[in-house]
Design a protein around this ligand. Structure first.
Ligand SMILES: [Zn+2]
Length: 138
């Protein structure tokens, strides 16, 4: 999570959210910050960029056995993307009551109608992750 926090502010004009993906052996496959403003791409959330980079690094879309660590509770798009990528473990920091899709507004990652449910660890370094966001919006 400290590594995810360190990539959260790579684009100064974007909301600071950082994501990293670890392979089954714990090596880092990808890291990304939110780049929506930087690139003008509505899908350029940290999680989606990290998933794309990790898939490119391993050479396939299935990221079974991998762990996604992100500083903020994923939205519906990112929760859907990480389920599609078959991420095995999701770790997130701060809760996002307005758009969160891992328990706050929806619970996409634990929906039994989908064919894959990652293991979830919520609230890791929650205070630090939330403080970074509060600092941005002040
Ligand atoms: Zn998202």
């Amino acid at each position: 999570m400290r590594r995810a926090l360190s990539v959260a502010s790579t684009s100064p004009q974007d909301v600071p959210v950082g994501a990293i993906i670890l392979g089954p052996d714990g090596t880092e496959l990808a890291a990304a910050g939110n780049e929506r403003e930087l690139t003008g791409d509505p899908t350029a959330h940290a999680e989606v960029l990290a998933l794309r980079r990790a898939a490119a690094s391993v050479g396939e879309w299935r990221l079974e056995g991998c762990t996604l660590v992100v500083t903020l509770e994923p939205c519906t798009m990112c929760a859907g993307a990480l389920v599609l990528a078959r991420i095995s473990t999701l770790v997130f920091g701060a809760w996002e009551p307005k758009t969160g899709a891992v328990g706050s507004l929806w619970d996409v990652v634990r929906d039994r109608r989908l064919n894959h449910q990652p293991e979830v660890y919520a609230g890791v370094l929650e205070d630090e992750c939330a403080r970074l966001l509060r600092g941005f919006f002040r």
